[in-house]
Design a protein around this ligand. Structure first.
Ligand code: 5AD
Length: 362
């Protein structure tokens, strides 16, 4: 006979472990720990997923928002151990779109129907605060009906304030992990979790809709780090949360590490949907990279945003954050009609409106 592994007891307890999330919609650290221990319990995951889908529906119906992603520079001064475009990766063919090229991306995106543009890039010194201010003002002047999201890493409070005054509406800055020791495992010593968090609080104070987030399954991650990630999201109350699996990139120090788990990512998406009911939650490209149906699965777990790529075709392969990053399928902006069909088949409706955070007047 197999020894008693305690499974039975765990099986009996899962209802109790998911109850705080389902009943209060918030978690203490201890409750979060117990909840995450249920990640392997099929029935528990099912119940949490059902609740997440219900809540998403209450707040956003069957809408899935699209954002046009413009990866405008892959130069980066940082050396994060997980990231394919880290400074020390000399195999990257570096590119930087000019301001004119970025404006052209917006023009073609606008024609396709996009009403949110996300300017994402490495931390590239060429794009000084002044250049960014000019670019933001140009885009907002040309497309006053569009939302503009920046995702260009850590800058000064003053810079964030200037971008905001120039018209930027939203800012994505994943915190990557909320545990100090784990942060140090993922980043060289010149980077700090404290500064990352400080940036997020500044952005909030300045009135941005803010997106934080983390990778699932990054090297050194434990259930305790995920608990801290949930605690941090709960404290920050971001309007958006970017959560996707870690995917190794062969030219990084983590090239031989295993990828994050798709099922755990999906469970976390559901938990976050319940913790932050009206959060804008993308089904990420990383999820779609690890699993051909990853993004549909993300939507079925509570996600409600997709971010097709608007960058010029010849540059896409170069924005190589991790291996096999998809770039010419339905995540590509030219393939919107096939994306629309896929989303409809999954039971949702792709919409082009700027899709602000529900519950806040902007
Ligand atoms: N796997 C998955 N996500 C990654 N990112 C960077 N490198 C990887 C990787 N190897 C994510 C980071 C960053 C976002 C732009 O891409 O979380 O914030």
């Amino acid at each position: 006979m197999r020894p008693d592994t305690g499974r039975k007891e765990k099986g009996m307890n899962w209802n109790h472990n998911i109850a705080p999330l389902l009943e209060k919609g918030s978690l203490t650290r201890e409750e979060a720990r117990k909840l995450l221990a249920c990640a392997e319990e099929k029935e528990a995951v099912k119940k949490v997923t059902e609740e997440a889908v219900k809540i998403r529906k209450q707040h956003y119906g069957d809408k899935v928002f699209v954002r046009g992603l413009i990866e405008f520079t892959n130069y980066c001064k940082n050396n994060c151990y997980y990231c394919g475009i880290r400074r020390d990766n000399s195999h990257v063919s570096r590119y930087r779109l000019t301001e004119e090229e970025i404006l052209e991306c917006c023009a073609s995106g606008y024609k396709l129907g996009f009403r949110t543009f996300v300017l994402q890039g490495g931390e590239d010194g060429w794009y000084t605060d002044d250049r960014m201010v000019w670019l933001v003002s140009q885009i907002k002047k040309t497309y006053p009906d569009c939302a503009l999201t920046l995702s260009i890493g850590e800058r000064s409070r003053e810079a964030y304030q200037r971008f905001r005054e120039a018209g930027a509406d939203r800012y994505l800055l994943r915190h990557e992990t909320a545990r100090q020791d784990h942060y140090e495992r993922l980043h060289p010593k010149e980077m700090s979790l404290a500064n990352r968090k400080q940036c997020l609080y500044w952005l909030k104070e300045l009135g941005y809709q803010v997106g934080a987030g983390f990778m699932v399954g990054s090297p050194g991650q434990t259930m305790d780090s995920l608990v801290e990630d949930l605690m941090f999201l709960q404290e920050l109350q971001p309007e958006m949360a970017g959560v996707g699996p870690f995917v190794p990139h062969h030219e990084t120090p983590f090239g031989k590490e295993p990828a994050g788990r798709v099922d755990l990512t999906l469970f976390l998406l559901s938990v976050i949907r319940i913790l932050l009911p009206n959060v804008l939650l993308p089904a990420t490209t990383a999820l779609g990279t690890l699993d051909g149906n990853g993004r549909e699965k993300g939507l079925a777990a509570g996600a409600n945003v997709l971010m097709p790529n608007l960058s010029p075709l010849q540059n896409r392969k170069k924005y190589d954050l991790y291996d096999n990053k998809i770039s010419t399928g339905e995540e590509a902006a030219e393939c919107l009609s096939s994306l629309e069909k896929r989303v409809a088949k999954a039971g949702y409706r792709l919409v082009y409106e700027r899709g602000d955070f529900a519950g806040r007047i902007v």
